[in-house]
Design a protein around this ligand. Structure first.
Ligand SMILES: [Zn+2]
Length: 252
C-alpha cells in the first residue's frame, strides 16, 4: 500500500486501504484477518489502492460475481464506497490487474463502473450499442482474460435499450444499419405472445435479454481462446441485465 501512503489525503487510512471488490471477497472466502482482508467496514476508508496481481489472482470467477453484486447493492442503496480516484490512478499507473471484463451498451444511463461501484483498475470496460460481440471486441476480451488475467466476462444489456428498439424497427442510418443488423437475429429469436413493437417496453426488454444470451453464446462459439479458459474453470462468461428503473444488475 505504499502507493496510497505516498499520495493519500488525510481521510485515508493508508495501511488499510483496500478495494471494494476485495472486501467483499474476504467475506465470501473467509480469508483470515491476519491476511489483512475483511478488516474494514463500509464507509470507514476511502478506496485508494488498486488491485495487486496477487489479490486479483486469488479471486475465483464466482467471487468476482459476488463482489459485483455487492457493489451494485451499494449503488442501489446510495452507499457507494468513497473512491479516491486520484490515488487509484497512481496505484494502477505502473500495472493493471482487473478482475473482470464487461461488455455493455454505450447508453449514457448504464455506466458499468458506477452501477457496480467499481474503481479505476478493477474492470475492463468494452461498450458498444446493443452490447454485441464482433471480431474486434472478441479480441479485446481475449486480451482482457488470456493476457491480462481477468476472471470474468460480464455481458450487460439494459432495459429500454435504444439499439434494441432500432433493431426491432429496422432503423437505417449510416453505419448504424450494419450494427443493428447484428442485433436482428435476437429479435427473430425472441418468443413473445404480446405486441411485438418497439413501443412495448416489455417486449423490448425480452429482446434485450435474448440479445445478451446470444452474445454470451457467440463469445463461446467464436472465441476458442475464451471458450477454452472457461472450460478450464479459469474464467466465467455470464449475462446480465441492468434495470434503469431501480438500478439492479440482474445476473443470469
Ligand atoms: Zn442500449
Amino acid at each position: 500500500m505504499k502507493t496510497s501512503r505516498a499520495c493519500c489525503p488525510s481521510n485515508v487510512a493508508p495501511a488499510n486501504g483496500r478495494r471494494a471488490l476485495l472486501k467483499t471477497v474476504a467475506g465470501i472466502a473467509g480469508v483470515s484477518a491476519a491476511s489483512g482482508f475483511g478488516l474494514l467496514t463500509s464507509g470507514e476508508v476511502a478506496y485508494a489502492a488498486a488491485l495487486t496481481k496477487e489479490q486479483r489472482d486469488s479471486m475465483t470467477p464466482d467471487q468476482v460475481i459476488a463482489a459485483m453484486k455487492k457493489g451494485n447493492e451499494r449503488f442501489r442503496a446510495g452507499k457507494m464506497e468513497a473512491h479516491d480516484y486520484l490515488a487509484q490512478k497512481r496505484a494502477s499507473a505502473s500495472g493493471q490487474y482487473p478482475a473482470a471484463a464487461i461488455l455493455s451498451c454505450i447508453d449514457s444511463r448504464a455506466p458499468a463502473e458506477i452501477i457496480l461501484d467499481a474503481g479505476i483498475g478493477e474492470t475492463f470496460n468494452a461498450r458498444i450499442a446493443g452490447n454485441i460481440a464482433n471480431d474486434d471486441l472478441l479480441g479485446s476480451l481475449e486480451f482482457a482474460c488470456a493476457v491480462a488475467g481477468a476472471k470474468l466476462i460480464l455481458v450487460m444489456g439494459h432495459t429500454a435499450c435504444g439499439a434494441i428498439k432500432g433493431a426491432i424497427d429496422g432503423a437505417e442510418l449510416g453505419h448504424l444499419t450494419g450494427l443493428l443488423n447484428k442485433i436482428k437475429p435476437a429479435v427473430a429469436a425472441t418468443t413473445y405472445a404480446g405486441e411485438k413493437s418497439s413501443k412495448n417496453a416489455e417486449y423490448v426488454d425480452e429482446v434485450a435479454k435474448t440479445n445478451v444470451m446470444r452474445t454470451v453464446s457467440e463469445i463461446r462459439q467464436q472465441s476458442r481462446v475464451l471458450a477454452g479458459l472457461e472450460k478450464d474453470g479459469k474464467i466465467k462468461i455470464v449475462g446480465s441485465m441492468y434495470h434503469l428503473v431501480g438500478g439492479q444488475v440482474e445476473f443470469f
